[in-house]
Design a protein around this ligand. Structure first.
Ligand SMILES: CC[C@@H](C(=O)O)C(=O)SCCNC(=O)CCNC(=O)[C@H](O)C(C)(C)COP(=O)(O)OP(=O)(O)OC[C@H]1O[C@@H](n2cnc3c(N)ncnc32)[C@H](O)[C@@H]1OP(=O)(O)O
Ligand SMILES: [Co+2]
Length: 139
């Protein structure tokens, strides 16, 4: 497996509305509309940049996978990086064969394609998301 483009950087925040205001009103970026992704336990808002996206994520309740992160980092902060891959099943098999802990089965992510996470202890302290690139993404 070879990782492809940096699809997005995930930023955990206690308030999507406050964070998107910073990107839109202070930094001048184009921000999308926030939406709930209940299956992943997060509310999401994308910030469009010329070369990638910022993914603002706010927890939907205490069962959210980012609840613990925000308990340790109440102001929020960088949570994960997401790289595109061509074939997520092949990527999962390759990562497992190389000893990286794959966190659960692939599931539909915020872009409507399959995503999977790799444990930060096996990724140099960074939570890594692999995302199957949309067909026709042209990379
Ligand atoms: C919007 C949908 C989707 C998309 O399409 O883009 C998303 O991005 S959803 C994003 C949120 N979802 C996830 O994060 C799912 C995967 N995450 C997990 O399974 C867990 O969060 C976790 C990574 C296993 C952490 O579990 P948790 O119980 O919160 O923490 P622990 O205390 O057990 O942590 C163990 C260990 O890992 C360190 N850690 C935790 N989170 C991070 C992080 N974001 N970045 C770097 N390191 C992290 C934590 O500090 C512990 O380290 P040690 O103290 O050294 O053990
Ligand atoms: Co993400």
């Amino acid at each position: 497996m070879t990782i492809g483009r940096l699809n997005h950087v995930g930023i955990a925040t206690p308030s999507i509305e406050a964070s998107l205001a910073v990107y839109r009103d202070v930094l001048g970026a184009t921000v999308g509309e926030p939406f709930d992704l209940a299956a992943q336990g997060v509310r999401v808002c994308f910030v469009d940049l010329p070369n990638t996206q910022i993914e603002l994520i706010e927890p939907l309740g205490e069962a959210s996978p980012i609840h613990g992160f925000l308990a340790k980092n109440p102001a929020g902060g960088q949570h994960h990086v997401c790289f595109e891959v061509d074939d997520i099943a092949a990527a999962v098999a390759d990562m497992a064969a190389k000893g990286a802990r794959v966190l659960g089965a692939p599931r539909i992510g915020a872009h409507g394609t399959l995503v999977v996470f790799l444990h930060p202890r096996d990724m140099g302290g960074v939570l890594v998301e692999l995302m199957e690139a949309p067909i026709g993404a042209g990379h």
